[in-house]
Design a protein around this ligand. Structure first.
Ligand code: ARG
Length: 270
């Protein structure tokens, strides 16, 4: 099973809490339960394993509440890892840990020199990468990833602080296909990037404000399954109509940090 599956890095939200606000979802005065976050996360991990993937878990660290969002650890392709360089000081101490974990996983590790929040802002979409800049990842990082990976990269500009990473505003449902099947929320992007998306992906699913507003686009998709929050039923129905096997999860706690399913996974492409 695992040999056809993908590999992901996850970190248990043992020390999850909302004690600072670096995105509009985070409100330190709203209580968040790390116990409930752990339960919801364990359920997610077992679903990912049940559908045939391998999960590698790194250790949680006290004082780093956002470590659970491993999508931001870096970007991994062809056995090479480009370690993130975080936009906010609160997450900067994660960088050395991620570099060490990538090393332990046997990856060829390099550090990003530009502000770059990893797979949160970079996704495979068919034969190219789509990348987002304008909120966290810098414009210069898009060029750095293109040079580092040797892959064509389409840069898209994010303009709404609520949709501060690409994976909050755009989902690639069938990443391995030549013509990627995607879903996105147009108002998160600049007018120019919206027209680029329309042209590149004319058949894309368009998410509503309500469904994007619960991070319904922040899904784990492997071309066959879509694992996502149970709070976006319309989007889930649209995914089912396209033939995907949709698995809903309750993900209330980690949403309080501004993330959903996809934010908690980093794909390790060997
Ligand atoms: N609190 C985290 C931050 O603001 C959430 C990261 C969510 N990750 C993601 N890939 N969208 O950095």
């Amino acid at each position: 099973m695992a040999e056809h599956g993908r590999e992901y890095l996850m970190i248990r939200p043992e020390f999850f809490e909302v004690v600072y606000a670096i995105n509009p979802w985070m409100n330190p005065s709203v209580p968040a339960s790390s116990e409930l976050a752990v339960r919801q996360w364990i359920r997610l991990r077992s679903i990912v394993e049940d559908i045939g993937h391998t999960v590698h878990c790194a250790d949680p660290v006290p004082g780093l509440p956002d470590l659970v969002y491993t999508a931001n650890a870096g970007f991994v392709v062809n056995g090479k890892a480009l370690v993130a360089r975080f936009a906010h000081a609160e997450r900067a101490p994660e960088e050395d840990l991620h570099a060490a974990w990538f090393q332990r996983l046997g990856l060829d590790v390099q550090r990003a020199t530009q502000v770059n929040e990893g797979e949160g802002d970079f996704q495979f979409a068919g034969s190219r990468l789509v990348a987002a800049y304008g909120q966290r990842t810098s414009r210069a990082a898009v060029d750095e990833v293109a040079a580092w990976s040797g892959l064509p990269v389409v840069g898209l500009e994010l303009v709404d602080p609520r949709f501060y990473h690409l994976d909050t505003a755009l989902a690639v449902l069938a990443p391995a296909d030549d013509a990627a099947d995607i879903a996105y929320y147009p108002p998160a992007f600049s007018p120019g990037s919206r027209s680029a998306l329309r042209e590149l992906y004319p058949d894309a699913i368009i998410a509503t404000a309500a469904e994007a507003g619960v991070l319904g686009l922040n899904v784990l998709a492997d071309g066959r399954h879509v694992v996502m929050t149970d709070a976006a039923p319309t989007l889930a129905a649209q995914f089912r109509e396209r033939g995907y096997d949709v698995i809903g999860v309750e993900f209330s706690e980690l949403l309080k940090g501004g993330g959903s399913v996809k934010c908690c996974m980093l794909e390790l492409r060997r």
